[in-house]
Design a protein around this ligand. Structure first.
Ligand SMILES: Cc1ncc(COP(=O)(O)O)c(C=O)c1O
Length: 359
């Protein structure tokens, strides 16, 4: 994926090395303004990772001990960990199985007097209905942090994800649609005071060197990663179109094959296919068969957060979130990357079809 842009990345690295400035400098400021311009938000704060972006968003909003934060029951662990790290309790809400996205109709049932925030996740690259989330948040006076780690460039009713929430957290982990060459993340917001707080939190609680206003952290974005991200951002739209073309090939090629359940995109959403996730009751055997034919596949995610050992303190047990558990047992992510050719997609489709002809 970096083949065509290798020399641009090397040039970007060289100019950072020549600048002699490696943390929180011009490259970070430049990328921050490019990312907020891309999303249409007023402010952007680059940080060290997606988890940091989520955590600092919640922390800057004053969420902490004794508070509750609503998260989907089928998300990547980081969404829940961010709540835990600020001292709050993650409260899980089941997804809609067909879209894998948080079930908006179940959110109100999970709200208590302690609820302070909702963190919707645009899982696998599909936009959550953010209009409804924001309306619910307004009604119950809740803070919204979009977890946009998997959905760079996705939109709900034409507006990009990462621009609806009071704060929007993203990851630029290398495998993401816009990935750095190491860890990186960012928060976008239209609230300049919130952005100022997050800027201080990421930098030892300081705005002016050696003057520390609040208890802060070191969660800054490196210059090198910001410079790489600026190079790669220019290609994001083309890469998205390419991913969507691969997904269309899978959607038509796998229609009606075996018991495969294909991902469903809501009418007002776009899907940028960070992952192309199918479901089948033969998941493990199919993954093995694909592997025997030289095709890698992955499971996102095999254990839902409420059943992770780190969350035994929450007191959940098997059966508490049956949809998340069912998804964890049946989901399989097929290979997808920008530039994956029709031949490669056809091969995956053919091997899956062969598998189901034999079961
Ligand atoms: C949905 C989601 N949220 C949060 C994260 C955390 O991002 P990071 O790995 O950059 O901390 C990731 C990715 O890793 C993710 O997929």
């Amino acid at each position: 994926m970096h083949d065509g842009i290798q020399s641009q990345l090397v040039d970007a690295a060289s100019s950072v090395i020549q600048s002699g400035w490696f943390v929180n400098g011009e490259a970070v400021t430049a990328f921050e303004s490019e990312w907020s311009k891309f999303l249409g938000t007023d402010c952007c704060v680059g940080v060290n990772s997606g988890l940091d972006a989520l955590e600092l968003s919640l922390r800057a909003a004053g969420i902490g001990n004794g508070d509750e934060v609503i998260v989907p029951s089928n998300t990547y662990i980081a969404t829940a960990l961010a709540a835990t790290q600020v001292g709050a309790k993650p409260v899980f809400v089941e997804p809609v199985a067909s879209t894998h996205l948080i079930d908006l109709e179940q959110i109100e049932g999970a709200i208590t007097a302690r609820t302070k925030a909702i963190v919707p996740v645009h899982l696998y690259g599909q936009a959550v209905n953010m209009q409804t989330v924001m309306a619910l948040a307004k009604k119950h006076d809740l803070f919204v942090v979009e977890d946009n780690a998997q959905a760079h460039g996705a939109a709900w009713e034409g507006q990009l994800t990462g621009s609806f929430g009071h704060a929007n957290a993203t990851s630029f982990y290398p495998g993401k649609n816009l990935g750095a060459l190491g860890d990186a993340g960012a928060v976008t917001t239209n609230d300049s005071e919130l952005a100022r707080q997050i800027k201080m939190l990421r930098n030892y609680g300081s705005e002016i060197k050696y003057h520390n206003e609040i208890i802060g952290y070191n969660k800054r974005l490196d210059e090198m990663q910001a410079a790489f991200l600026s190079v790669k951002l220019k290609h994001l739209e083309a890469w998205t179109v390419s991913r969507q073309a691969v997904a269309d090939q899978y959607l038509s090629g796998l229609e009606g094959v075996g018991d495969v359940i294909l991902p469903v995109t809501q009418p007002n959403a776009t899907h940028v296919y960070h992952l192309f996730v199918i479901r089948t009751n033969y998941r493990d055997d199919l993954a093995k068969y694909l592997n025997e034919h030289g095709i890698g596949s992955l499971i996102h995610y095999p254990i839902p957060p409420h059943l992770q050992r780190c969350y035994t303190n929450l007191g959940h047990k098997k059966g508490d979130f049956p949809i998340a558990e069912e998804l964890a047992n049946t989901v399989l992510s097929l290979p997808i990357w920008p530039g994956m050719g029709q031949k490669q997609t056809d091969l995956v489709v053919d091997v899956i079809t062969d598998f189901f002809n034999q079961v």
